[in-house]
Ligand binder design. Structure first.
Ligand code: 2AM
Length: 183
């Protein structure tokens, strides 16, 4: 099964995304857009994992929850990955308690490492992926979307749990939720 660990952002951001996406999609109709109910911030992408490993994985993630308190993020602005003229990925920006989010991500990575999941070499930068280009060279129209996102404010997201998601046929299914339970 294809797994990743993420945090979700709740209804405020989902509603804002629902309101903002039609205009953005109109600017870049050829991109592959993430359905608003699937929006999330990935902390760790695990890839293909045998089902037998899920209990150990769940145990490791469960130990991270009590180390962190809920945190508040803001979703505002946006940018692209890839060439500025032809972004491959369009994302909304993440502000607020990003240091706490980074610490949470680091603890998730540290908990998973002994199970053989190597952390990514790149530094973690939180971003909310909205769309991906269908072609590897990127999509010029996504650059228009980056411009359209400047100055946009989607509001606050209270993050109070980690979720282990299974990605199956393009849909994400929650397999485990771990509350962030530090007082
Ligand atoms: P992204 O949003 O930054 O693209 C499910 O595929 C989630 O895992 C996506 O949100 C994606 O992050 C993330 N992810 C990270 N590395 C990945 C990879 N190598 N392949 C697919 N998804 C990856």
């Amino acid at each position: 099964m294809r797994l990743f660990v993420a945090v979700t952002l709740g209804e405020t951001i989902e509603h804002q995304a629902l309101a903002a996406l039609p205009k953005l999609k109109g600017l870049a109709p050829r991109a592959r857009w993430v359905p608003p109910t699937n929006l999330h911030l990935t902390l760790s992408f695990l890839g293909e994992v045998e089902a037998e490993r899920v209990p150990a994985l769940s145990e490791a993630l469960t130990r991270v929850g009590p180390l962190h308190a809920p945190l508040v993020l803001t979703i505002e602005g946006g940018g692209g990955f890839g060439s500025p003229g032809h972004p491959r990925v369009l994302w909304a920006g993440v502000g607020g308690e990003t240091k706490a989010l980074g610490a949470l991500q680091a603890d998730v990575a540290a908990a998973l490492k002994p199970l053989g999941f190597e952390p990514e070499h790149r530094d973690y930068t939180a971003h909310l992926t909205l769309a991906r280009a269908k072609v590897p060279r990127g999509d010029r129209e996504l650059a228009e979307c980056v411009r359209a996102l400047q100055g946009e404010k989607w509001g606050e997201a209270r993050v109070d749990r980690l979720t282990l998601f299974e990605s199956l046929h393009g849909k994400y299914h929650s397999r485990l939720e771990v509350p962030l339970s530090k007082p």
